[in-house]
Design a binder for this molecule. Sequence first.
Ligand SMILES: *Cc1c(COP(=O)(O)O)cnc(C)c1O
Length: 226
Amino acid sequence: MDHPEDQEAAGRLAAVTGRIRAAAEAAGRDASSVRLVAVSKLQPEGRVGGALEAGHRLFGENRVQEAEARWPAFRERFPDIALHLIGGLQTNKVRAAVRLFDVIETVDRPRLAAALAREFERTGRALPCFVQVNTGDEPQKGGVAPAALDGFLDRCRAEYGLNVVGLMCIPPAEDLPGPHFAFLREAARRNGLAGLSMGMSADFETAIRFGATHVRVGSAVFGARG
Ligand SMILES: *Cc1c(COP(=O)(O)O)cnc(C)c1O
């Protein structure tokens, strides 16, 4: 905690953690039922180090290559880090992703599900997965179309044997997020899934009200990305 950047990171982290706790309590939920995935993409090393020094261990990255450049060294110092992949995954990066990450949040198509299943089988490292849902049906965005979700989940489990633990979404920037969060919650309930990864810096308190178990918060924890 010797550098100003470390202290700043620790202060921001404590503020976000406090807001998460308050939002959970306001929703009648136990604060420990909401995990903070601190999104460290494009953040300077010092800020991430500050969050680690402050005791945080759960992080999200959206690019395999960027994460590969940074996290193995942090892991040597902090072996109990847990890393979630929250960005789209190309099948040619599956091997690297399975080596580096602990949870894959962005399973969204049969080819990717099959490639992950093969890699899990090959390595004996079967990671928990979230299925990403494109709740706004946006053409440029990753995620399974809402209409195809139940069928895709059946295939992930029956055909590929994936350990699907929840659903993840990124609502359209121009929409109110509540209806998207409500949709995701209902889809998870219908499919017997406990995990709900939803809510970012601008809307994580709303997401907690709608049942988020994992909020993915970047700029509110680390400051604006460079
Ligand atoms: C960048 C990112 C976040 C965090 O965004 P902030 O607005 O900085 O909190 C969350 N989820 C995903 C998928 C992201 O790519």
